[in-house]
Design a protein around this ligand. Structure first.
Ligand SMILES: Nc1ncnc2c1ncn2[C@@H]1O[C@H](COP(=O)(O)OP(=O)(O)OP(=O)(O)O)[C@@H](O)[C@H]1O
Ligand SMILES: [Mg+2]
Length: 308
């Protein structure tokens, strides 16, 4: 099946000459959840804005369901729901009307039952007659999500959806995301919260300085780049590591009371078993043993750090 989004050699140079995107290539399959991770200013919002057709590319091409986002703007935009990073709402309109109006803007017939469903799912139903200026910041963010879902999009972009949001909304939001995914909606979100990406994404893209450093299946990424650590608390402190252990990922810490061992996630049995036998042969004994696996956060910091 053709990808639902295809980004080819995409570049963006802003009017002041700043190069925000430097040749992005990315394909997204229908129904997946892709998380884009990257530090402030990486180019996440720029990339999303171009895919959504609200900013123009400087070079390259973006296709959504086979349609060019510049030439076929109306067709592609109607398939997309965008929850923008910035809060922009008409303060003097009611919640219900704002969300209904948004549906109309995308050329869809009025459907109060759908609007009600969306508002209920986001715990906004009891505020439906309130004006937006009467809502709290988190509630306004919910309205942005409701607006993005008002026209039943095939693709949903969430640009930092959980910045400044409380635990309840975060939960509501992930419930909505799960339901949408179950109904076949493709979801792309940006976040600084790596745990979030770890929890809900199928694939993770890391973007920095306008370049996509990698896009990979989350599990594969963690298996590939995730290092495991074995920690051995020794029964007796060791003055120094015997020479036969030099250069194999073993380090002596905590005044000689602890040995840590870095190993690949894939071949753990063999390497740990070998190591423990060899330690025993060298009269090194331990009283406690634990393992630690690097998180997506460690991987992210290592990648972005290395690219600088
Ligand atoms: N209109 C503009 N004119 C000039 N430069 C811009 C403009 N908009 C964004 N930029 C620059 O482009 C770069 C990428 O910005 P972008 O908003 O895409 O980053 P981001 O990854 O979304 O960051 P954040 O995590 O802070 O939201 C930044 O260096 C920013 O200063
Ligand atoms: Mg942004």
């Amino acid at each position: 099946m053709a990808p639902i989004i295809s980004v080819q050699n995409l570049t963006k140079t802003y009017a002041n000459g700043f190069e925000a995107l430097k040749g992005i290539n990315l394909t997204v399959e229908k129904g997946e959840i892709l998380a884009l991770l990257g530090p402030n200013g990486a180019g996440k919002t720029t990339l999303i804005s171009i895919i959504c057709g609200i900013a123009n590319p400087s070079g390259g091409q973006v296709l959504v369901a086979g349609h060019d986002v510049v030439k076929d703007f109306r067709a592609t935009r109607s398939m997309i729901g965008l929850v923008p990073q910035e809060l922009t709402t008409d303060q003097f309109e009611t919640v219900f009307n704002t969300v209904s109006f948004s549906r109309g803007l995308h050329g869809k017939k009025a459907d109060p039952a759908h609007i009600e469903k969306v508002l209920r799912a986001l715990s906004l139903w009891d505020k439906k007659d309130n004006m937006l200026r009467q809502l709290s910041g988190g509630m306004k963010r919910r309205v942005l999500i409701a607006k993005a879902l008002s026209h039943e999009p095939d693709i949903l972009f969430l640009d930092e959806p959980t910045a400044g949001v409380d635990v309840t909304l975060r939960k509501d939001m992930w419930n909505v995301v799960e339901q949408l995914r179950a109904s076949g909606v493709t979801i792309i979100l940006t976040t600084h919260y790596i745990e979030e990406a770890e929890e809900i994404a199928d694939r993770v893209g890391v973007i920095n300085g306008g370049q996509l450093l990698l896009v990979e299946d989350k599990a594969a990424l963690m298996a590939k780049l995730g290092r495991k650590q074995l920690i051995l608390d020794l029964t007796e402190p060791l003055e120094r590591l015997p020479d036969c252990f030099a250069g194999n990922g073993l380090t002596l810490e905590a005044d000689g009371c602890r040995l840590t061992y870095e190993f690949d996630a894939d071949n753990e049995q063999e390497s740990i078993a070998t190591l423990l036998t060899r330690l025993g042969e060298n009269n090194i004994h331990f009283k406690d043993l634990s393992t630690r696996q690097s998180s997506l956060a460690d991987i992210f910091v290592a990648l972005v750090g290395a690219a600088k």
